[in-house]
Design a protein around this ligand. Structure first.
Ligand code: SAM
Length: 454
């Protein structure tokens, strides 16, 4: 046993490994979690090394090539186990007061929002050797001691680094906060807007008008905006606000990077498909890499008119070749009112169904059905939620992964972002991520049902 004294606290480290036979049942579970942490971390290390660029370093000031890759399923699976198991382990071993207050003591979103809006990472990018907080604060026009506190809070998480007293540099994590970074845009949208809607959650749950409603018009966002005298829908709001719309749509490219959803480019037989309609394409977070990877595909992007203009600009800048021979089209289409272009092979909807309550989601699918030919398919690409208990048969017949015991079957905090996105959908649009069973119900679209959009 080694005992060391860090400041006021005593820490004890036991370094001899106990034999499994000497362990109680709770200890067996702890050992199993340690085993998962060990094996999943090794798997992640192996994935990085496979690229020939070694493993990322805590001191790195550039991205690792794998950070920008789309085919990272194996790394994602390893980190899902790693994150889930270490949180479960620390929640068992740390005092409960500590763990629960960690839920609440989390102002990283507010500090991140300051760093994003003040463009701190952009300024530090010009000073790879480090910049004093005095000069940094002057450059971004903020108070220096407050700026230093923000940077120290984020440095605890590995985002920015204090290389000398009051001198900071970027790190691989803070590069995400540069204004040109797509995931930074997604973080900007969440930390500025969605955090406000989350702040009124309890009020919406006890308000007579909002509490039992699952209509879009009764989302916490509407409650929060009403207090500020704004009544319009989210889509109307960003239609009028060019900056917010730009951040939102660039943020969707970041959403792909964060969730690794572009792995689907490698998981579907796109070689055997000739035509794709990206329904609610945004600026092409999926269809643009799809067009680049599979130049034989004829792609129709459908979205609201103002988004189609934004999409065309984005493609002219980032994928001009795909536009030359007319194989990519931008056709405004309101998926509640219009039928998509008819008879194509694939109708692809990524993060569309999760934006809408069941009635609206069904209406979108019904319009697509009217456009489908005999061999057309609809691909719904959304997160799938699990319950946190082990359901009989789950994972054996539905092709979904179940975590090894003693982890929660849904990987616990290894699925953190999925369950947070579910809450985001609620706060923003009174919608939700769904379980597989819920998605199957939505997919059984009655052809003649006559739903009208409120
Ligand atoms: C969450 S985004 C998903 C974008 C894209 N599929 C992706 O994966 O990045 C939802 C998209 O639905 C579009 N949208 C919202 N209402 C619409 C409507 N009534 N008709 C067509 N598109 C709509 C939005 O403009 C936005 O691009």
């Amino acid at each position: 046993m080694i005992i060391s004294n860090f400041g006021a606290e005593q820490y004890c480290f036991f370094i001899s490994a106990p034999k499994m036979t000497e362990l109680t049942e709770p200890e067996v579970k702890l050992e199993a979690l340690l085993g998962i942490i060990n094996s999943s971390a090794r798997q992640a290390i192996a994935e990085y090394k496979k690229t020939g660029h070694g493993v990322p370093s805590a001191d790195a000031t550039t991205f690792h090539p794998l950070d920008m890759a789309t085919d990272t399923l194996a790394l994602r699976k390893a980190t899902r186990l790693l994150e889930g198991a270490y949180h479960q382990l620390s929640a068992i071993l740390a005092p409960p007061q500590h763990t629960v207050m960690n839920f609440v003591f989390d102002y990283n979103w507010a500090c991140t929002n300051v760093a994003l809006r003040a463009r701190i990472a952009d300024v530090l990018e010009q000073h790879p050797e480090g910049l004093s907080v005095d000069r940094l604060a002057e450059a971004v026009n903020l108070d220096k001691s407050k700026t230093a506190r923000i940077l120290r809070a984020l440095s605890l998480m590995g985002c920015f680094k204090e290389v000398e007293r009051d001198v900071f540099t970027n790190t691989r994590l803070s590069l995400i906060l540069k204004s040109a970074n797509n995931t930074g845009c997604y973080a900007h949208f969440h930390s500025r807007d969605v955090s406000k809607y989350a702040g009124v959650l309890y009020e919406t749950m006890i308000d007579q008008e909002f509490s039992r409603s699952h209509e879009v018009e009764k989302a916490p966002r509407v409650f929060a905006c009403r207090k500020e005298g704004m009544e319009e829908s989210f889509w109307e709001m960003i239609k009028k606000d060019d900056e917010r719309r730009d951040i939102f749509h660039r943020g969707l490219l970041g959403h792909s990077e964060m969730m690794g959803t572009s792995a689907f480019l490698h998981q579907y037989h796109w070689d055997n498909v000739s035509s794709v309609v990206d329904v609610g394409s945004g600026i092409g977070a999926f269809s643009m890499p799809l067009a680049k990877m599979f130049p034989h595909l004829r792609i129709t992007n459908h979205d609201l008119p103002e988004v189609m203009v934004q999409a065309q600009n984005a493609w002219e800048k980032d994928a001009p070749d795909a536009l030359l021979d007319g194989r990519v089209k931008f056709v405004p289409n309101n998926f509640f009112e219009d039928i998509p272009v008819a008879g194509k092979d694939v109708y692809y909807l990524r993060h569309i169904i999760h934006n809408w309550p069941d009635a609206e989601a069904t209406m979108i699918l019904r319009n697509i059905r009217k456009a489908m030919g005999p061999n057309s398919v609809v691909l719904i690409h959304d997160c799938v939620l699990f319950h946190t208990f082990q359901e009989p048969g789950a994972g054996t017949t539905d092709g979904l992964s179940i975590a090894p015991e003693p982890m929660l079957p849904n990987f616990g905090t290894g699925s953190h972002r999925t369950y947070q996105i579910d809450l985001t959908m609620w706060f923003l649009l009174n919608s939700k991520e769904r379980t597989l069973d819920e998605l199957k119900i939505i997919a059984q679209v009655p052809y003649n049902s006559s739903l009208t959009r409120r």
